[in-house]
Design a protein around this ligand. Structure first.
Ligand code: FES
Length: 117
């Protein structure tokens, strides 16, 4: 398991996100969705864009360049021109801190991979 510190639990309000340097994993975008944390790669899979500079609407992140969208929990691409899922990371939380396990996908991504639409 490879663990990267993302933020303190009280640092991100629900409905907000931020970019974190993820070391070998590259930049990671961490999201607080109604009190639950998720993490994806920061780079859009369509072209070169930072998802942390996009708009978070519910459980979707909209890329700031061509407005493609991803489902944050599963990383699935849901709006053209995004067609490839963005990498997700498994979240580990302690009482005060949030980490990403960069060796594992989110549970939602694993479920989506097991039963594609
Ligand atoms: S770079 Fe993200 S939708 Fe094109």
């Amino acid at each position: 398991m490879s663990q990267v510190f993302l933020c303190n639990r009280d640092e991100l309000e629900p409905g907000t996100l931020k970019k974190v340097a993820g070391g070998d994993a590259g930049d990671i975008c961490v999201y607080n969705l109604d009190g639950k944390f998720y993490a994806t790669a920061d780079m859009c899979t369509h072209a070169t864009a930072s998802l942390a500079e996009g708009d978070m609407e519910g459980d979707l992140i909209t890329c700031p360049v061509h407005w493609g969208q991803f489902h944050i929990p599963s990383g699935q691409a849901v709006t053209f021109p995004c067609e490839r899922a963005v990498r997700t990371y498994r979240i580990i939380t302690t009482d005060k801190e949030v980490f990403a396990d960069t060796s594992a996908e989110s549970e939602e991504a694993e479920l989506a991979a097991a039963s594609p639409i």
